[in-house]
Ligand binder design. Structure first.
Ligand code: COA
Length: 168
């Protein structure tokens, strides 16, 4: 398994993986599968090439088995912050330490940018696997956003987490 930054040539695989994730885990992501399936391939190509995003994929051969994204802040006063988003490991590869490796790779990537001081993310309340993973990687809860997402007729809170980039 290797973890590397996605490039324009990975847009189709990225699209397929994220549509699978949105469909299989609707409560875990704010984007819906219908919303994203409607986007043309050019939208995904832009996403993987954007200077404001960095997407890290875990590949077993040609197969994209997991993904995590970093979103940088364009505004001057917020440029010390980065947001981790779009974390997903396919079912066949879960519980083998890949999620942990992807979070660590995202932390390493963030540390390569000296201006960055902190990393933040949100996780849907009740997503115990992801919450435990982030806590293991040093993230600390600082807030709870009530009724953050609506999936069908149900509303879910989002837990807000952060950690400093220096240290382990
Ligand atoms: C959350 C997710 C990325 C974890 O990926 P993974 O590769 O299975 O995680 P790892 O094997 O690296 O596990 C690392 C730690 O996470 C926690 N964890 C992972 N899966 C877990 C589960 N099903 N139940 C409880 N804890 C779990 C554990 O603390 C684990 O450490 P341990 O194995 O030493 O106990 C994966 O389950 C997934 O893609 N879920 C669906 C999408 C999702 O929820 N994305 C997150 C959006 S915020």
């Amino acid at each position: 398994m290797i973890i590397r930054t996605l490039g324009a040539g990975d847009a189709e695989a990225y699209r397929a993986l994220m549509l699978e994730a949105y469909g299989a885990y609707p409560q875990a992501f704010t984007s819906s599968v219908a919303e994203r399936a409607a986007m043309p391939l050019s939208w995904w190509e832009k996403r993987v090439s954007s200077p404001l995003d960095c997407l890290l994929g875990a590949f077993e051969g040609d197969e994209l088995a997991g993904i995590v994204g970093l979103a940088f802040e364009p505004r001057e006063k917020a440029r010390h912050k980065v947001t981790l988003f779009g974390m997903y490991v396919t079912e066949a590869h879960q519980r083998k330490g890949l999620g942990r490796q992807l979070v660590e790779a995202a932390l390493d990537e963030a540390r390569r940018h000296p201006r960055l001081k902190l990393i933040q993310l949100t996780v849907t309340a009740g997503n115990d696997a992801a919450f435990a993973l982030y806590q293991r990687c040093g993230f600390i809860q600082y807030g709870l956003e009530p009724l953050a997402v609506r999936v069908g007729v149900d509303y879910f809170d989002k837990i807000h987490l952060w950690r400093e980039l220096k240290g382990q």
